[in-house]
Write a protein that binds this ligand. Sequence first.
Ligand SMILES: *Cc1c(COP(=O)(O)O)cnc(C)c1O
Length: 222
Amino acid sequence: MANLQTWNDLATEFSAKGVTLVAVSKTKPASDIQALYDAGQRDFGENYVQELTEKEAALPKDIRWHFIGHLQSNKVKYIAPFVHLIHAVDNVKLLAEINKQAIKNNRTIDVLLQMYIASEESKFGMDEDEINTLLKEMKSGNTLTNIRICGLMGMASFTENMDQVKLEFTRLYTFFKTLSGGAFAGQPSFNTCSMGMSGDYNLAIACGSNMVRIGSLLFGSR
Ligand SMILES: *Cc1c(COP(=O)(O)O)cnc(C)c1O
């Protein structure tokens, strides 16, 4: 069940701070989403393509759907007609496919680049050098006409050590600012730093996040 009181408290706090709340509804039923929608929430995050397309078909059309999980190239076509923001893009091949499907749907698709900040082993995300390389490749190719890179996203280590988490969030925010004044200077649409979940959103916001992705606090544990 959706926790409306928690939602109300968080939504009020975040709107005062200029932070976008993405309600992460993965594995939760459409009725939970509808309950938060009725209260006023519009941004929802999902991790699985099939689950997202089913929910999109069943729920109000003005929901802004965020795809926050790892996205396989061959599945982009299913969400391209409607997705609001794809958070976890970490390679050129995926960018090219998103661009292709955006053209087919006669639209521009907004994406975030996933930066790898955790100390854990993970296959996903890029470090600063890899992101710089990707941006150079994009620039020289100059063919990705229908995607817009709107910022960075990242996930901190799963640890109780908040000093470490703080270092990781700070690293992401620092690179976000570097790009804002560098490769993306003069592009106001590069404005989103997506970091922070149920367990660490306070710290993420203190470190500069302006988009948090919160699931279990709103919908209960999965
Ligand atoms: C599931 C998920 C979240 C939400 O996690 P909670 O701890 O339930 O708030 C946020 N971001 C990503 C990428 C996720 O997969």
